[in-house]
Write a new protein. Structure first.
Length: 342
């Protein structure tokens, strides 16, 4: 393996990729936002898998908080395997796929378009099948991503989604904060989460916790632990972990608790401290903890953007953990870059 993995290089490219998106992507964002405003949907659906689905979950929470519009994740198999039609009038569909090639994602987006629902594709390939069947396409502008583990495309998917929301709702504060994001992400790549990395290098299982928009980041973190480190990681809302899963926590059981500077921070930190009190090794991205260990993090200019800086710092750490466990994060076993499901 080379001295620097593709994954490490691509993590370090994230700030520039976000800057390129913010520089080049305005016209497609504005067109889709204008269409959303004109359509005035009663609800939205998201269609995605893997890391892309985590970006869609991030959009779900942000949309419900900012626009008051409910967003539901629809299983693509409803259309592709079960061949059922959904009633999608007065709906908008957000389909997220870095490749735009997976047949099941494409088929559900096509169904939405055929029913005159507003369909919006977020993809790194604007010549893809998904782009072809969607009403609007937003180019992620992430550039080439060679590592199997998605990093740049996840972040640019999340930024595109929140930018679309901010433009749709004419949220000037969020729009201003977005354009300050690349510099914040540059700092996020440099956060030292080595204490967490050292704690989990020899472990086989851990929890990731989040709440609200950060739950999407917790889901993404758990996936990346599995993909790159072959660690069994489970993601839970901090509101759910005490309802059963906490039973498996024993002495020094690792827990990563992720939180933004929003209304959920206090309650999440309280749960992190409770679990730390049971003997677990808990790390939390907050300085409010009394029992859990605090991880350094970059707070952005808006709480809804904090989750994006958190995942960048996480990526920088998890790549190092993979290497310390003797794994090649660029080529996780049993996986390939583009997964096409039916």
């Amino acid at each position: 393996m080379s001295a620097q993995t593709h994954m490490r290089r691509e993590i370090l490219e994230i700030p520039a990729a976000v800057d390129a998106l913010l520089t080049k992507g305005a016209s497609s964002i504005e067109a889709a936002a204008n269409a959303l405003r004109a359509a005035d949907p009663l609800f939205m659906i998201s269609v995605a898998r893997g890391s892309s689905d985590h970006a869609a979950t991030y959009f779900k929470y942000a949309c419900e908080l900012v626009a008051g519009i409910p967003v539901a994740s629809v299983g693509p198999s409803v259309s592709s395997i079960y061949d059922r039609e959904l009633s999608l009038s007065r709906c908008a569909c957000l389909a997220v796929s870095q490749s735009g090639k997976s047949p099941d994602i494409v088929r559900l987006a096509m169904m939405a378009t055929s029913q005159s629902a507003l369909s919006i594709a977020l993809t790194n390939h604007t010549d893809s099948d998904l782009a072809r069947v969607s009403t609007h396409t937003i180019d992620l502008h992430a550039g080439a991503e060679l590592s199997v583990a998605a990093t740049k495309t996840f972040v640019t998917s999340a930024v595109s989604a929140i930018w679309l929301l901010a433009e749709w709702q004419k949220d000037t504060i969020l729009l201003q904060a977005l354009h300050a994001l690349p510099e914040m992400l540059e700092h996020a790549t440099q956060m030292d989460w080595g204490a967490l990395g050292a704690e989990i290098t020899s472990r086989q299982s851990l929890f990731c916790l989040g709440r609200g928009p950060v739950l999407a980041i917790s889901n993404e973190a758990a996936l990346k632990f599995k993909e790159t480190c072959q660690l069994h990681a489970e993601s839970y809302s901090s509101a759910e972990v005490l309802h059963g899963p906490v039973s498996i926590v024993d002495q020094e059981f690792p827990v990563l608790a992720l939180t933004a500077a929003d209304q959920a921070e206090t309650s999440l930190v309280e749960v992190a401290d409770q679990i730390a009190g049971k003997g677990a090794s808990v790390f939390v991205t907050s300085d409010q903890a009394t029992h859990a260990a605090s991880l350094p993090c970059v707070r952005t200019a808006h709480p809804l953007l904090d989750p994006i800086s958190l995942i960048v710092s996480f990526y920088a750490m998890v790549e190092q953990v993979a290497l310390s466990r003797g794994m090649n994060p660029d080529e996780p076993r049993h996986l390939k870059k583009v997964t096409e499901t039916i």
